[in-house]
Design a binder for this molecule. Structure first.
Ligand code: NAD
Length: 493
């Protein structure tokens, strides 16, 4: 069993005397660690340490803060395989998927390394006679990150590198389902030379989150997870005077036009729906086929889904897809598929009965496609977060956009077409913050904000990119008058 300590004030601390919850290797169903459910007392220690470290860290020149992150990037690269194996082991991603996601995390470190440029303000000389004006970006203080299970390395890296280079200190509360990778990447930052207290980790669940949300010394909260929890975080955090950015769940529509390139669309759709076992907030969870597109793509899509090799990801010969996160989650996915069938859907690829000989206790669902899904069905409305693709039918692009826009979520949407007109209509009118045109998973990279809309996001400033910098800083406007009798005379000469 791997230990799961907290990291407080620059020290690893085993937490005793509290309840614990298991961490699984979902490929096998084995318990690989037990997470201590830290309490308010541990949160207080972590926040106090971060608050004490803030003044010195804030006064560390941005160039020096950025240099530390250049070293960190190097260490992450050197330990890349170890990080990816840890992601794969505790989450169940294939190694290829783990690598892809860890690279997305590294890109956030790279973006953060541009701190000296990102933190520049504006200046206007002679705002009035002998008066200059400038804006400066200053850090907030103690920031908090609360992360979900589905990206154990990437999502924490969406948060702490940028928050820290901006001059804040940080407390991370990783998902209790996958806390081990977070410990690894935090340890590397410590090894890169981060001063004690600047970054702390408190493993735990609801109690530690609620203590963070209400702590008077916490200034800002970044959250990624499901919609009901995102809403709770936003409401509680803002009620306690904190800045909050809270990413929620999703239900992403992929419109397939009759003129779409069949092979490329099938490949992209299959990856969007079944990649990472569908456990991505940008997964393509509903295909809307327009007119003849259903006949064009569905036969090959079903074939592609059935060909996906499912199995344990902790082996040399890698499968195409791994397990879902827990037995409980697998059962929820299966019951949603069941409800789809009962409410009138037709299962055209059925992954429910999959048996993995080498890993009989793992949490598996194979790729599943539910055709003839209607708006009113439970599976159409709820986020499934598993390798399940719904198929809905539309007569034209207008109807397809209308169907997609009924969703209460607004994370991502994509269209596959060769028609510029259809693509342009879709881009303009679809109600989602991240849009793909012939791209199945239009998840944004570090330099662009991760722009969920509606119930996929609560807050104003999104995670990543320039909005991320704005979130982790506050602007100060400084107006300066320069006294002196002959000020300005030099210009007259
Ligand atoms: P979750 O909401 O269950 O948990 C996320 C975090 O919140 C965890 O750290 C957990 O400990 C904490 N938490 C859970 N319940 C809580 C409660 N009642 N009070 C306080 N804290 C609580 O999410 P998950 O199952 O870990 O992750 C999957 C979800 O995350 C999906 O809905 C997925 O769409 C979403 N997600 C969204 C994005 C995005 O950017 N929009 C990215 C990744 C995942």
């Amino acid at each position: 069993m791997q230990s799961c300590p907290a990291f407080i004030d620059g020290e690893w601390r085993e937490i005793t005397g509290v309840d614990k919850t298991p961490v699984y290797n979902p490929s096998r169903g084995d318990v690989i660690a037990e997470v201590p459910l830290c309490t308010k007392e541990h949160v207080d220690l972590a926040v106090e340490s971060a608050a004490a470290a803030f003044p010195k860290w804030r006064d560390t020149p941005p160039v020096e803060r950025a240099r530390l992150f250049f070293r960190y990037r190097q260490l992450v690269e050197e330990n890349f395989d170890k990080i990816c194996e840890s992601v794969s082991r505790e989450h169940g991603k294939t190694l290829a998927e783990a690598r892809g996601s860890a690279y997305r995390g590294i890109e956030n470190i790279e973006y953060a390394c541009a701190a000296p440029t990102l933190l520049m303000g504006d200046t206007l000389e002679n705002l009035a006679r002998n008066v200059d004006c400038e804006t400066v970006l200053q850090p907030l203080g103690v920031c908090v990150g609360i992360t979900p299970f589905n990206f154990p390395a990437m999502v924490p890296m969406w948060m702490f590198p940028l928050a820290l280079v901006c001059g804040n200190t940080f407390v991370l509360k990783p998902s209790e389902k996958v806390p081990l990778t977070a410990l690894l990447i935090v340890d590397l930052l410590h090894k890169a030379g981060l001063p004690k207290g600047v970054l702390n980790v408190v493993p735990g669940g609801r109690e530690s989150v609620d203590a963070l949300l209400t702590h008077p010394k916490v200034k800002a909260i970044s959250f990624v997870g499901s919609t009901p929890v995102a809403k709770h975080i936003f409401e509680t955090g803002t009620r306690h005077g904190k800045r909050v950015q809270a990413n929620g769940g999703a239900k992403n529509y992929v419109v397939v036009m009759p003129d779409a390139d069949v092979d490329r669309t099938v490949e992209a759709l299959s990856t969007a729906a079944f990649g990472c076992a569908g456990e991505r907030c940008m997964a393509g969870s509903t295909a809307i086929t327009v007119g003849k597109a259903a006949d064009n793509v569905l036969p090959s899509l079903v074939k592609a889904a059935r060909a996906i090799k499912v199995g344990p990801t902790d082996v040399k010969s890698q499968p195409d897809m791994g397990p879902v996160i827990t037995a409980q989650h697998r059962d929820r996915v299966l019951s949603l598929v069941e409800s789809g069938e009962k409410e009138g859907g037709k299962i055209i690829a059925d992954g429910r009965g999959v048996k993995i000989k080498d890993a009989p206790n793992g949490f598996y669902v194979a790729p599943t496609i539910v055709d003839l899904v209607q708006d009113s069905m439970t599976i159409a409305r709820e986020e499934v977060f598993g390798p399940v693709l719904n198929v809905m039918r539309a007569d034209d692009v207008d109807q397809a956009i209308e169907m997609a826009n009924k969703s209460s979520y607004g994370n991502g949407a994509a269209i596959f077409t060769n028609s510029g007109k259809a693509a342009r209509e879709f881009k303009n009118r679809v109600k989602a913050g991240m849009v793909g045109i012939n791209v199945g998973v239009p998840a944004t990279m570090a330099m662009f904000p991760f722009t969920g809309w509606d119930e996929s996001f609560y807050g104003d400033l999104h995670i990543q990119g320039k909005e991320g910098v704005q979130f982790y800083t506050q602007q100060k406007v400084v107006t300066t008058r320069w006294f002196g009798d002959n000020v300005g005379d030099v210009w007259k000469k």
